[in-house]
Design a protein around this ligand. Structure first.
Ligand SMILES: [Zn+2]
Length: 153
């Protein structure tokens, strides 16, 4: 799923559970549960070499970074109970995708260090179900978690 949906889900988990020992692992696991749900991706399954240098992806990543910042800013300004835990959970829930950063840098020719495909990367890739039509799932999920978040702020 998009980083925005991962972060919103993590924030909801943090606000709902309130306990870092429960919320942080749950937020981390939520990333893989959401990735296993059919979701948005450009042109379905493609190789990294084809889709990572795609300009649309770079634009989408910039928008996503702004949305994630806005989520944390909203939590900071509203300061609901356990807001800081919710902000950390938002980061933790989205963080497994940061492990893709070396691939992004390599295929965009920003580094010459080729990425090794370890068990984690293969697992993360294998659970993805991406398609353009998955955008409908993303939109539904976005408004669902946003509604839940609104009840907690
Ligand atoms: Zn992911």
């Amino acid at each position: 799923m998009t980083a925005t949906n991962h972060a919103l889900t993590g924030a909801c988990i943090g606000l709902s559970l309130g306990n870092p020992w429960l919320a942080l692992p749950t937020a981390f696991v939520s990333h893989f549960v959401l990735d296993a749900i059919p979701h948005f991706g450009f042109k379905g399954r493609k190789t990294d070499a084809e889709w990572l240098p795609d300009k649309r992806l770079r634009v989408m990543l910039a928008v996503e970074a702004l949305c994630c910042f806005a989520i944390v800013l909203l939590l900071f300004l509203a300061k609901p109970h356990a807001w800081f835990l919710a902000a950390v959970c938002a980061f933790v829930a989205a963080s497994p995708d940061l492990y893709s950063l070396p691939r992004f840098l390599y295929y965009n020719k920003l580094t010459k260090n080729e990425v090794k495909w370890n068990a984690f990367r293969r697992f993360h890739q294998a659970i993805q179900h991406e398609s353009v039509w998955g955008a409908a799932v993303e939109v539904a999920w976005f408004f669902g978690v946003l509604t839940i978040l609104a009840t907690k702020i």
